[in-house]
Design a protein around this ligand. Structure first.
Ligand code: FAD
Length: 343
């Protein structure tokens, strides 16, 4: 197997451009890619760099072209039948070889299951560090370095990490945290198609069959309305009321970690630092106290409505509308009101 050559004595001046590692699943671009483009464009202004999206795959030309309409300077499409299905080896090897050859200054990866898989492998292959799960990125005005901020020590403080000696500066960013890039009508970027510098021998795991889970998946990052339940729902049956309210509003069901840990609801519903980061139009926090780790995942919601029996609950400090009361009484009254307004 051909190994990527790591350069130990790097010249920092040789590195330029911000690379976004675009993610696609079955040929469809994952929304985190658009969020990273938005963030990449913001950072590029600070260091006068170009924004380049790198996507690995096969026969996805149409989806690739759509990305130009988010105002990127260039798309590098690594095209190969070997990249049709995701494989850790195939994707990490082909992308890292391109990084070693082209020398980007910054590389951003979505902290999705795929991004968390290939991000650290790419970093190791190109001989640089990686800050995982960033919630904020910025450029140091003094020296142009990437300031990578993420929660540390159980979310009790925010750590800002730099990568002073190695390149590229690499970070994974949680989906739903950064604002999506705006659509542009007249894109000026272009697509460069490159062949993957890998062979079949590079890919150790073979995809034999893709089986789809019959379980309904929840996409909290894209939801406009989220109704979340906390320990105040008192048990799994308490989520029936939360689900009924979410359904009435056409929203999704979220939950605090306390409920997930108690086995009341599946972990895919968890909102927060170790769950999903969300920014819906309206977030209903029902029977949720407002612990810092929960707030880390939902405080960027446009409007927060809190329902809690305890008037001193911390959630009331961050909400836009607070209702002190028992959720078993408040939610049915709200459902009734929604029904009345629909008539
Ligand atoms: P509680 O704090 O027990 O609050 C329950 C609330 O319900 C109370 O405020 C109470 O007044 C109210 N209530 C009770 N009865 C009613 C009623 N009938 N009607 C209305 N209100 C009622 N938590 C997350 O949520 N997401 C995370 O991602 C996450 N990550 C973590 C990571 C780490 C490293 C650590 C250490 C913790 C993490 N936590 C996370 C846990 C977090 O610290 C809290 O323990 C958790 O969020 C509490 O959940 P809760 O608000 O549902 O429960």
């Amino acid at each position: 197997m051909k190994r990527a050559k790591v350069n130990q004595n790097i010249n920092l001046k040789e590195y330029s451009d911000i690379w976004i590692i675009g993610e696609q699943r079955e040929g469809k671009i994952h929304p985190v890619t658009i969020e990273l483009i938005g963030e990449g464009k913001k950072l590029a202004k600070g260091i006068d760099n170009k924004v380049v999206v790198v996507v690995a795959g096969y026969e996805i030309d149409e989806e690739i072209n759509k990305l130009l309409y988010y105002g990127v300077d260039k798309i590098i499409y690594i095209s190969s039948p070997l990249l049709k299905n995701f494989s850790t080896d195939g994707y990490a090897s082909s992308i890292s070889r391109l990084i070693l050859e082209r020398k980007p200054e910054i590389v951003l990866v979505g902290a999705t299951s795929i991004g968390r898989d290939i991000g650290p492998r790419i970093a190791a292959k190109v001989g640089t560090g990686l800050t995982a799960d960033c919630t904020k990125l910025d450029i140091d005005k003094e020296d142009g370095k990437l300031l990578q901020t993420r929660p540390a020590f159980g979310g009790n403080l925010m750590a800002t990490i730099i990568c002073p000696k190695n390149r590229p500066q690499m970070a994974t960013v949680r989906p739903g945290v950064m604002k999506k890039a705006a659509h542009v009508d007249n894109p000026s970027g272009y697509v460069e198609v490159v062949e993957a510098d890998i062979t079949e021998v590079d890919i150790k795991a073979k995809v034999v069959k893709i089986l789809k889970s019959s379980k309904k998946t929840v996409d909290l990052t894209e939801a406009k309305i989220i109704v979340s339940g906390g320990r105040g729902v008192k048990g799994p049956e308490g989520f029936e009321l939360i689900k009924a309210f979410a359904e009435k509003l056409g929203g999704e069901v979220g939950a605090s970690r306390a409920c997930v840990d108690s086995g009341w609801i599946d972990s895919m519903h968890q909102v927060g630092q170790t769950g999903t980061t969300v920014r819906p139009e309206i977030y209903f926090a029902c029977g949720i106290s407002g612990a810092i780790q929960h707030l880390a995942g939902m405080s960027d919601s446009k409007y927060i409505v809190a329902i809690n029996t305890d008037p001193t609950a911390p959630i009331f400090k961050v909400c836009d509308f607070g209702i002190v009361g028992d959720l078993k009484k408040v939610i049915p009254a709200m459902i009734e009101e929604v029904e009345r307004n629909k008539e």
